[in-house]
Design a protein around this ligand. Sequence first.
Ligand code: ADP
Ligand code: ZN
Length: 633
Amino acid sequence: MDTLQQILKSYYGYDTFRPMQEEIIRHILQGKDALVLMPTGGGKSICFQIPALMLNGTAVVVSPLISLMKDQVEALRANGIQAETINSGNDESKNRIIRERCLQGEVKLLYISPERLMTEIAWMSQGLKISLFAIDEAHCISQWGHDFRPEYTQLGILHDKFPTVPVIALTATADKITKTDIVERLRLQNPQLFIGSFDRPNISLDVKRGYSAKDKIRTIMSVIKRHSHESGIIYCLARKTTEKLAEKLRAYGVLVGIYHAGLSMEERDKVQEDFVNDRIHVIVATIAFGMGIDKSNVRFVIHYNLPKSIESFYQEIGRGGRDGLATETLLFYNVQDLITLRRFVDESGQKEINLEKLKRMQEYAEAQVCRRRILLNYFNETAERNCGNCDVCIAPPKHFDGTEHVQKALSAIMRTKEQIGFTLTAEILHGTYSGEVTAKGYQLLKTFGAGRDVPFRDWQDYLLQMLQMGFLEIAYNEDRHLKVTPLGKEVLYGRKRAELAVIEREDLRVKSHKERQYKLGKKEETNTEKAENKILFERLRELRKQIAEANHWPAYIVMSDKSLHALATERPTTLQAFGEIFGIGQHKRDAYGERFIAVIQEFTDTIEETALNMPINSESKATSVLCKNDTHR
Ligand code: ADP
Ligand code: ZN
C-alpha cells in the first residue's frame, strides 16, 4: 500500500480512492493550483484534507456557512484530525487560543469564512505556515452563479500575499462563465481543471407526471413508509405548499419540519439541527434548504414541483445518498408547475437564459429515454449505456394509437375558438358540469363528454403529452389558453396518426424499488437474514446515538449508515477486524471499537445460546434468527 492509500485507510477507513481524488491530491502536493469540479457528495473534501495532513503547516479552508464548517470540523475530529474553525460564533478568547495553536503548528486544517479571513490575514502573513488554501463552494465568487457572495471576490489577494501557497478552488456547480470567473478572480496560476464524473449511480431517478395533490400524498407516504426512521427532503416551489404539505404529513404521524426563507434565522437553524440529529425525519423545504448541510444519510429526495433548471435539480437530488448507499428520488411534474415557472422566467432579469434552462428541465421530465443519460449529457458527459436505475429503464413507456383521443381534444379546443386552458379542456372532454363549463355554456358543445370513458386525470395527462408532441401550444400571453398547432391540425383532419403513451396508474414503485436494489448488485436478502440483521443493526444504531449525544455530534459523524450495515453483516469481534470495516479509521477503532464489539458479542452469544437450547427438528420461529454464518462459527 502506498502512503496516500495508507492515509486514506488509517484516517478515513476507506480502501480505495474515488475517481480523480488521487490525481488531485498528487497535483496539490506538488504545490500547484487547481479547480475541482465534482458533484455534491463526490468526495471533494478529501482532495484537500489529505494534502493538508501530509504537508507542513496549516491548511486554510474558506467556506461560506458556519454550519458547513462546523460539520466538517466535527467529522475531521471524529477521525482524529486536528481541525478548528474561527468564526463569529466563537467567543474571542476561544479564537485567541485557536490562533495560538495554529502558530504552534498544532492545527492541520483551519476553517474560516471569507470575510473573517480578511480580518485574520495580518497575523497569518506574519507567523503562520500555511500549507494550502482551499476555497470551498467556489462558485460563490461569481455573480452569474445562484449563490453569489460579494465577500468571496476579495479572495483574489491571497495569491498576492502568499505567492508560494497553492490555492485549490472546489465547487459542484459551475458553468463556463462561472469557471472563468473563479480562475480570474482567485488569480489562479496555470490551474489544472479537474472535472469529476457527475454520475451518482446510487441515486435512482423517477418522474411522476400529472399527479393530483391526493396522488402525490399517497405516493409520498409510500416512500416515507419504505424509509421509516430514515431521512428525506421534499422540495416545493412555494412556501405555502411547504406548510400545507407538512401539515398533511404530520397528520400521518411523520416527524416533519419546514424550511423556507420566510422563517427567522433561529427557526431555520433549529429545523436544520433537528434534521441533522435525526429528531425530525423529513424536511419540506423551498429551494433555500440544503446548502448548509452535509448529512450523508439522506435516503430520499422528492420534488413536489418541477425545479427551474437541471442544475438546481441535480444539486438538490445530490443532497441524497452521499454515503453511496441506494437513495430514491422522485419528481412530480404537471402543467401547472410549468405555467408558474414560466411566469417566474418572464419576470426574471435574464429571461432568455432562464427560459432555455426551464426548457431543458421540461425535456428531462418528459423524456422517454434513460433519464440519467440526459442528465450526464447536460453536464457534457456521455453515458454509453442505459442506467437501469431510472423509471424509463425499469418500465419503458408503452404506446398506443391515440389518434382518436387527440382528435377529440383538439376538436374541443377548436370549438371554443381556442379560448380554454388545460383544466377546462379536460372538463369538457370528460363531461364535467363544473361552474366554469356551465357559465360559458360549454356543456352544449358537440364535444362535451366525448371522452367520458377516459378518467379526468388521464385527460390531463394526455393533454400534456399532446403539448409535448407539439400538437398544442400554451399561449402564455393570452391567459394561457391552448392553441392547436399546424402539426395538431394534421392529426385533427386525419392526415396524420398520433401515438400516445399508456398511462400506468397502478403503483409500480414497490416492485421497481426491489428491482433496483437487485440491479444495483444487492442480493435479495432472505427473510431470516433480514430479521436478524435488523435487530443487531438497531442495537448498533442505538449505541451510535448514545455516542453522538455524549459528543454533541450528529449520528452520522460517529459512523455512517454504510459502516453500521457493514458491522451488522460482518460482525467483527476483534479490534483488528473492527478496524477493517468500511469507514472506520484508526481513531474510530480505538475510540469506540470496544463498545461496538461488546454489542456484537452480546448479540452473537444470545443467538448461539438460543440455538443450543432449541429442540431438534423444531420448527419454532427462534431458529429463524440463525443465519448460516452463525451455525458454522
Ligand atoms: P462533497 O464535498 O464533494 O460534496 P464530501 O467530501 O462531503 O463530498 O464526501 C461525501 C462523502 O463521501 C463523505 O461521507 C466522504 O467521507 C465520502 N467519501 C469521500 N471519498 C471517499 C472514498 N474514497 N471512499 C469512500 N467514501 C468516500
Ligand atoms: Zn436509466
